[in-house]
Write a protein that binds this ligand. Sequence first.
Ligand code: COA
Ligand code: MG
Length: 295
Amino acid sequence: MPSTSRLRRSVLYVPATNEKALAKLPSLDCDVAVVDLEDSVAPERKDEARERMRGFFNRGEGGGKMTVIRINALSGEWGAEDLLAARACRPDAILLPKVDTPRDVLDANDALDEMDAASSLELWAMVETPKAMLNLGAIAELGRDPSARLACFVAGTNDLVKETGVLATADRRYLMPWLMQMVLAARAGGLDVLDGVSNDFRDAEAFARECGEARAMGFDGKTLIHPAQIGQANAVFSPSEAEIAGAEEIADAFAKPENAGRGAISVNGRMVERLHLEQASRVLARAAATKERGR
Ligand code: COA
Ligand code: MG
């Protein structure tokens, strides 16, 4: 079940080396900012990236949004130092790239426990390798164990294209089966799940289409690379007026005394069951959270 209280509609990557982009963050409307130490940072600038990240978090200018740090893989040369630096910055979550197996998540979790990291610190996992796709169910299962910290899957579509050789078509037809598997596995594990990025940030029309598809596929939000993509993602992943009205109708119908104790009722000529009430409650919680954020 997607989390209702915390919105993850628009999740913007910011390279830790891009001081101008970091400075812009407080004024941006995204629900989540992901400060990136991994693939958007050149190998020779990894130390500098950590320094700039520390500066950003020390200034405390997140602007009320959720903050995430994407570290390099723990198995590689920069991962351990990244994790140490990231934990010291006290973000809301740490995003692990190139996760292949449940062990990769558990190793990061063990390291955080050894550093006495807060139990509220979440781990998010990029799903971007063929191995991750094959181990998806087992990785997602960690979501059922709160001590494992795993809270969210993030589709890494650029890496999946690179690793598998599928053609990256505009309609993403060859990626769809894997994206749908990610949503399914995430729900099995009680995780949130975010769609991959759209590289062409000047093509607003294509981006709107991708957001609509992602919403229809069941994603909670979209990862973004450019501020121009934020407004569209927020709009698409917020409940529409019609959805809110429909949810209110269902909630009101079940609240009537004559419907107390009834499992299935009729609302406007449609059968509505208690499971629809659960769905409606989720829509209303998301609507309330959206309103609270002011957009
Ligand atoms: N986060 C915050 N601000 C950003 C931003 C981002 N991801 N991308 C661009 N901006 C800012 C720019 O700094 C610029 O700010 P200004 O108005 O103060 O001058 C403004 O938005 C307009 O940027 P623009 O000139 O259109 O783009 P650019 O050429 O500066 O940057 C990219 C284009 C693709 C290099 C940049 O968007 C980027 O680095 N995106 C993230 C890449 C990434 O993290 N990839 C890893 C995950 S896939
Ligand atoms: Mg990647």
